[in-house]
Design a protein around this ligand. Structure first.
Ligand code: HEC
Length: 178
């Protein structure tokens, strides 16, 4: 009886794996980016990300002091590495942002000021798997990542000097020739 149940369960699992492999091999599993992620896909991805970040992200405050120099360095790093996907102060998306499967938030409009800085640090350092969000672990130093996190944390309350630099980051929206 138990043997039969185990055999039944095993053949169900093997059958499931074969069907899944066939679906993928025959080209029925979606691999395109011009679609909207399903509710299930979003829920699984967000739950997994939240759990990993809660476990791994640094719990310390931002080690970079809040001053003009650090904020401006953070903005410059952002302009060079992030604005192409997350936009400038006008919050207008680039064509790249519009074409990504997981739409990157335009941070001037949907910012992360309320997130703990360690969470932002983790996302920039490690990137977010299976989205367009790259890891900067090998291209920015930890100090640079904390500075960009400092800017994002304080984007709505920048010092006048930093605000002037932020306003000068060019819009990423593609201007159509008229
Ligand atoms: C090639 C596009 C791309 C670039 C470049 C990029 N990101 Fe992202 N980023 C994304 C996408 C897509 C997401 C959304 C991921 C998701 O849905 O979970 C994201 C998510 C984020 C988030 C989480 C936002 C939230 O609401 O929780 C932060 C913070 C972030 N990026 C910061 C940065 C910073 C800082 C840089 C530059 C150092 C950067 N990103 C560069 C595509 C990009």
């Amino acid at each position: 009886m138990i043997k039969g149940m185990i055999l039944g369960a095993l053949s169900l699992i093997v059958g499931g794996v074969i069907v899944a492999a066939l679906v993928i091999k025959l080209g029925y599993a979606p691999a395109n980016a011009d679609a909207t992620p399903s509710w299930l896909e979003k829920t699984i991805a967000k739950t997994a990300l939240r759990a990993v970040i809660n476990r791994q992200a640094p719990k310390t405050p931002n080690p970079e002091a809040l001053n003009d120099q650090n904020l401006i360095e953070g903005i410059e790093i952002y302009a060079q590495n992030c604005a192409v996907c997350h936009g400038a102060s006008d919050g207008q998306p680039s064509n790249i942002a519009l074409g990504l499967y997981q739409r990157p938030p335009q941070l001037a409009m949907h910012g992360v000021e309320d997130d703990p800085p360690g969470h932002t640090f983790w996302k920039v350092f490690h990137g977010i798997r299976m989205t367009g969000m790259p890891s900067f672990a090998h291209t920015l130093t930890s100090e640079e990542i904390w500075k960009v996190a400092l800017f994002l944390q304080n984007m709505k309350t920048l010092t006048p000097a930093a605000q002037a630099v932020w306003k000068h980051v060019p819009s990423q929206a593609v201007k159509k020739a008229s």
